[in-house]
Design a protein around this ligand. Structure first.
Ligand SMILES: Nc1ncnc2c1ncn2[C@@H]1O[C@H](COP(=O)(O)OP(=O)(O)OP(=O)(O)O)[C@@H](O)[C@H]1O
Ligand SMILES: [Mg+2]
Length: 492
């Protein structure tokens, strides 16, 4: 729970720009906290630029490190109702694109975020915006540990209140979108917020993850819900027809134009225009679309009149649009106009419990439709559902269940009915295997961050050098390090 220490600018660490670390600040006696609380530390700092946080651990914080939003979501996935405090160390390693991507993890409301910055970074607009929009508080480093402990304590307290109010549970699903996993809760929460604004939304995600469903949900919950939702699949229209589909034409504009036809943009007037597969829009049409977005009006092909249009734009693609911008296949200025709120649909294989929920939902729907009374999924089918990589995501899952409902001969759907070969799939890992893999991974990353220096990696992992050395041997990691391999014989 937050503990009432005065806050405000005077409470923050003074901004010294050297190897800023909590260790650099004067030590004060720190109060013990009663029970372990979860603290996530997001950093991409190089060796020497990573906060040690060892004293916070001594105070009972259960520290987990994460380099990106995906790792944060994985931590939150374990228990969406568990409150967390999180330190986001922005001093090094984050590009503007990384900051935008962090948005989904930052929106999780069972986390109280505290940004760690250098004083000079507060002049940068993306950093200011991120702190303003997502963080409970920020500190400039170096910062006394007692203060850091207090601030993360406050942040954790606020996250606890949010969890106690059941806000996380009510976030499961949104307007027909099934999703209880941490990743989907975060997405649904962001969609709810996006629906309340007029800002252009860009939805990225693999095929079949629900981009169109999400776009529809945003429209239905927006102030434009009584007006049209018009979708256009930019990838499905021949290049020669894209302009007339988007902007419409006047009678006689070209051979065969026997009467005036409204374009999709005009049809969406007052409502929402969903530009699906925007990455496939030809460059010529990108220029016209940009002009429309800048001017707020269109001219039909063959027309001379500027028609004012009021639409909210949602765009989506399963391509990597940032890469298309770099390759010159997509205009950077258009990209920045479209990509104001960026949402990422998580792939189905990362959604854990949602796989069961979606499969059950589809089973119920299609068994009713085909009047079959199936009881559910056999254990082998459940295993198969979780071992399949789902390249076609939710669409593929629905189709497989639909087909299985027709094909199943018993009362339970089997892996064979789903046409998933679960025989070759590895059995689920044991707890020991999961723990071993996580330990090995953490050591490898710590060594990478610290350029192989055992001493620094051990300090970061809050273990002794001897323990680290032994763990490396146990996990088959190279220990031929010249920078601190300990003499284990004396420590045995
Ligand atoms: N969270 C969800 N809950 C229920 N149904 C879902 C969910 N996500 C997707 N679906 C269903 O999966 C199918 C595919 O969804 P959608 O068309 O929105 O995906 P998409 O990302 O736009 O795919 P594509 O990239 O191929 O266009 C639809 O039938 C949709 O109703
Ligand atoms: Mg789609």
């Amino acid at each position: 729970m937050a503990n009432g220490v005065p806050r405000g600018p005077q409470a923050r660490g003074a901004g010294k720009h050297d190897s800023a670390d909590t260790e650099a600040a004067p030590r004060e006696p720190l109060p013990q906290i009663p029970q372990a609380r979860e603290l996530i530390y997001v950093t991409r700092g190089s060796a020497g630029r990573v906060l040690s946080l060892a004293r916070l651990q001594q105070l009972g914080w259960n520290l987990r490190r994460a380099p990106d939003s995906r790792s944060v979501l994985r931590i939150l996935q374990r228990d969406p109702r568990q409150p967390h405090a999180a330190l986001l160390d922005l001093r090094e390693g984050f590009t503007h694109h990384d900051l935008a991507e962090l948005g989904s993890a930052l929106s999780a409301n069972n986390v109280g975020w505290v940004a760690c910055v250098e004083a000079a970074q507060l002049d940068q607009e993306p950093v200011r915006r991120l702190i303003r929009d997502y963080c409970y508080d920020y500190v400039t480093l170096p910062c006394p540990e007692a203060l850091l402990n207090t601030i993360v304590g406050h942040a954790h307290g606020m996250a606890t209140l949010a969890c106690e109010h059941g806000e996380t549970t009510s976030e499961a699903g949104f307007d027909g979108m099934i999703g209880e996993s941490a990743a989907m809760r975060v997405l649904c929460r962001t969609l709810r917020k996006a629906a309340l604004t007029e800002a252009p939304v860009f939805i990225a995600g693999e095929t079949g993850t629900g981009k169109e469903l999400a776009a529809n949900a945003v429209h239905r919950h927006s102030r434009r819900h009584a007006h049209p939702f018009v979708a256009i699949n930019c990838g499905a229209i021949p290049h020669s027809l894209v302009q007339s589909e988007l902007f419409g034409y006047e009678r006689g504009a070209f051979t065969g134009a026997q009467q005036r036809k409204l374009g999709r943009i005009e049809m969406a007037n007052g409502g929402t225009l969903f530009l699906d597969e925007i990455g496939d829009l030809p460059l010529e049409s990108q220029a016209s679309l940009l002009r429309f977005l800048q001017q707020g009006s269109i001219e039909r092909l063959g027309g001379h009149e500027q028609i004012p249009i009021d639409v909210r734009i949602i765009s989506a693609t399963h391509h990597d649009l940032e890469a298309a911008v770099i390759d010159g296949r997509f205009r950077a200025d258009l990209f920045h106009r479209l990509c104001v709120l960026r949402l990422q649909q998580p792939p189905l294989r990362d959604r854990g419990v949602d796989i069961d929920r979606l499969a059950e939902h589809a089973l119920q729907r299609y068994s009713q439709e085909s009047q079959r009374s199936l009881k559910g999924f056999s254990p082998c089918a459940r295993h198969a559902l979780h071992s399949h990589p789902w390249p076609g995501n939710v669409r593929e899952l629905i189709n497989r269940v639909r087909q299985a409902v027709v094909m199943a001969e018993g009362r339970l759907i089997t892996a064979a009915d789903l046409h998933i070969d679960s025989a070759g799939a590895a059995p689920p890992p044991t707890l020991d295997e999961i723990r071993d893999a996580a330990t090995k991974d953490a050591i490898e990353r710590a060594l990478q961050r610290n350029r192989g220096r055992l001493v620094d990696a051990a300090r970061e992992l809050a273990v002794s050098r001897v323990t680290l050395y032994r763990l490396m041997q146990r996990h088959g990691l190279r220990t031929g390090d010249d920078t601190g391999a300990p003499d284990t014989s004396s420590a045995a």
